[in-house]
Design a protein around this ligand. Structure first.
Ligand code: GAR
Length: 219
C-alpha cells in the first residue's frame, strides 16, 4: 500500500527567502507534515530561488514586469498553482499586492506573514514606523489573506521587545527569528485540518482566534 500523499504547499517569494528556508527545514525534519511542490518568485534575482534549487524544489520566476496588469500577473500565478494542485499557498516576503483574481480562488488557503503587530503598521517600513512611534514592542503576524491589504484575520503573532539603540535592521533580525518559528506552526495547523477561515474569522479547533492572533508561547 502506498503512503498517503502529503499536502502540497506553494511558497511565493520576492527576496532572501529565509522564511522559505524555515519551511524547507520544517518539511525536512517532519515538524511540518507537508511538501513544498513549488516556489514562485516575481523577482528573477531573489536569493530564495537558490534555496529552492539546493533543496531540489521546482522553482519558477514569474516576473510581474512581463504583464500589463496586476490581474494578468495574478492569473499566471493561479494557472501555475492549479497546475501543481497546491493545497496551501504561503506568501513569504512576496512583495506584490494581490487582486481578487488570485485571492478569490484561494480564499482560506492563502497565508501571509507581515512584520508587525497587526493591526498596527500594515504596508511597508514596519520596524522603522514602530521605532518612530516609540513602541516598546515589535513583532510579526501570520494571517489569512483577504481582499484587505494586511487586514485578513490573524492566526499567530510573535512579540519582540524593542531595546534601546535598536535600528530597523536590528529589530528585523530579531523579528525574523520569530517569523521562522511561527509561520510553519500556522501551516502545520492548516494541514492538520485544525485551522480554517470562516466568515472572516480564523478558527483553530473550531474556536475563534483572538484579534491579536495566538501567542506562540501559549502553543
Ligand atoms: C519577512 O520579514 C516578511 O515578514 C516580510 O518580508 C520579509 C521576507 O524575508 N514580508 C512583508 O513585508 C510582506 N508585507 P525573507 O525573504 O527572508 O523570508
Amino acid at each position: 500500500m502506498s503512503a498517503p500523499s502529503l499536502p502540497r504547499l506553494a511558497v511565493l517569494i520576492s527576496g532572501r527567502g529565509t522564511n522559505l528556508q524555515a519551511f524547507i527545514d520544517a518539511c525536512d525534519n517532519g515538524t511540518l507534515p507537508a511538501r513544498i511542490s513549488l516556489v514562485i518568485s516575481n523577482n528573477p534575482d531573489a536569493a530564495g530561488l537558490q534555496r529552492a534549487e539546493v533543496a531540489g524544489i521546482t522553482a519558477k520566476c514569474i516576473n510581474h514586469r512581463d504583464f500589463t496588469s496586476r490581474e494578468a500577473f495574478d492569473e499566471a500565478l493561479v494557472q501555475e498553482l492549479r497546475a501543481h494542485a497546491v493545497d496551501l499557498v504561503i506568501l513569504a516576503g512576496f512583495m506584490r499586492i494581490l487582486t481578487p483574481v488570485l485571492i478569490e480562488p484561494f480564499l482560506g488557503r492563502l497565508l501571509n506573514i507581515h512584520p508587525s503587530l497587526l493591526p498596527r503598521y500594515p504596508g511597508l517600513n514596519t520596524h522603522q514606523r514602530a521605532l518612530d512611534a516609540g513602541d516598546t514592542e515589535a513583532g510579526a503576524t501570520v494571517h489569512f489573506v483577504t481582499q484587505e491589504l494586511d487586514g485578513g484575520p490573524p492566526i499567530i503573532q510573535a512579540r519582540v521587545p524593542i531595546q534601546p539603540g535598536d535600528t530597523a535592521d536590528s529589530l528585523a533580525e530579531r523579528v525574523a527569528i520569530q517569523e521562522h518559528m511561527i509561520y510553519p506552526i500556522a501551516a502545520r495547523w492548516f494541514v492538520e485540518g485544525r485551522l480554517r477561515l470562516s466568515e472572516h474569522r480564523a478558527l483553530l479547533d473550531g474556536e475563534p482566534i483572538p484579534a491579536t492572533g495566538i501567542r506562540p508561547w501559549a502553543v
